[in-house]
Write a protein of this length. Structure first.
Length: 311
């Protein structure tokens, strides 16, 4: 079986880690694309990783480019092209610049990778994945946004830190848009099969929910010049792997809803079954009235950002 081809659009902080993870996990060959001014960086990062492949004992061809023809026929496309936040900025502050970048990326992916499974990472996430879908016209099962995997990763790690347990044993999901209105569902979280609510005080749990909502901003404040990149890359790769290995994972992803959760025509975070068919199914959870209200509040934030894309 020929190796899979993975196109990484955007060779910045997340793009570089994505390339490393593709090689380390032997998911296939990776092409790291960036604008002509950054072609050297894309070439340098991929060559650097290639030179480490013998040491990792893996086979993966990696290359950097600023020529879209080189992504031709990719099986998976992961888009991180665009500006990240600086301290004091909201994700929505990136919209004007990133929508222009996303439009050119979408046109070229449509041209060169018409059959790819596409994972969008660029912020403001829910509006960017919406735009990408609109411009490419790809079917909804092949265009998905990464946010929930990262947001749940954050929630799970905070729970593990608080309880002193393995993060691997924490299961949880987060719904809604990627931003402060996201809807963590602590009611449904478990640790090794035990309901989380039985293991932790309401007060501590509330603090974890609040920290999760602001976790991206916490990192932006600490780094001082850019946003989180290790865990976002790990999250996007988890989704790519679910597709490439037909794992049938249930992961929270930004999916196009057409009636599910009473939402129509918007991308927002929901649990999705990811396998070789892309988004094979959207899982609808029975929500409490309070949770429903939070989700609708999050939808309003998403709608506002989408309206600004003018698409
Ligand atoms: O959960 C999530 N979805 C996210 C999203 C979590 C963290 C960060 N998230 C967003 O990902 C962040 O707000 C940014 O919008 C993207 C990428 O973050 P990263 O930290 O990788 O940003 P960098 O290091 O600035 O890299 C962006 C690269 C950079 O090298 C630019 O030259 C390139 O994008 N770029 C382009 N590539 C291709 N095509 C075009 N037009 C282009 N314009 C800029």
């Amino acid at each position: 079986m020929a190796r899979k081809k993975i196109a990484l659009i955007g060779g910045g902080q997340i793009g570089g880690i994505l390339a490393l993870l593709v090689a380390q996990k032997e998911l296939g060959d990776a092409v790291l694309f960036d604008i002509p001014e950054k072609e050297g960086v894309a070439k340098g990062k991929t060559l650097d990783i290639m030179e480490g492949t013998p040491l990792m004992g893996v086979d993966s061809n990696l290359s950097g480019t600023s020529n879209y023809e080189d992504i031709k026929g990719a099986d998976v496309v992961i888009v991180t092209a665009g500006l990240p936040r600086k301290p004091g900025m909201s994700r929505e502050d990136l919209l004007d610049v990133n929508i222009k970048i996303m439009s050119s990326v979408a046109e070229n992916v449509k041209k060169y990778c018409p059959d790819a499974f596409c994972i969008i990472v660029t912020n403001p996430l829910d509006a960017m994945v919406y735009s990408f879908k609109k411009i490419t016209g790809f079917p909804k099962n092949r265009v998905v946004g990464m946010a929930g995997v990262l947001d749940t990763g954050r929630f799970k790690s905070f729970v593990a830190m608080e309880l002193g347990v393995s993060a691997e044993d924490v299961a949880a999901t987060v719904l809604g848009g990627h931003g402060p209105t996201m809807v963590p569902l602590p009611r449904l979280a478990t640790v090794g099969g035990v309901p989380l609510t039985e293991l932790i005080s309401d007060e501590k749990l509330e603090a974890i929910v609040t920290r999760t909502r602001k976790a991206g901003t916490e990192i932006v404040g600490l780094l001082g010049n850019g946003s989180a990149f290790f865990s976002p890359a790990i999250s996007a790769i988890e989704m790519a792997e679910a597709y490439l290995k037909d794992k049938k994972r249930i992961l929270p992803c930004a999916c196009l809803l057409e009636g599910e959760y009473g939402i129509d025509g918007y991308y927002i975070g929901v649990p999705a079954l990811l396998g070789s068919g892309g988004v094979e199914k959207i899982i609808e959870i029975k929500l409490t009235d309070e949770e429903k209200e939070m989700l609708m509040n999050s939808l309003e934030a998403v709608k506002k950002a989408v309206a600004e894309t003018k698409l």
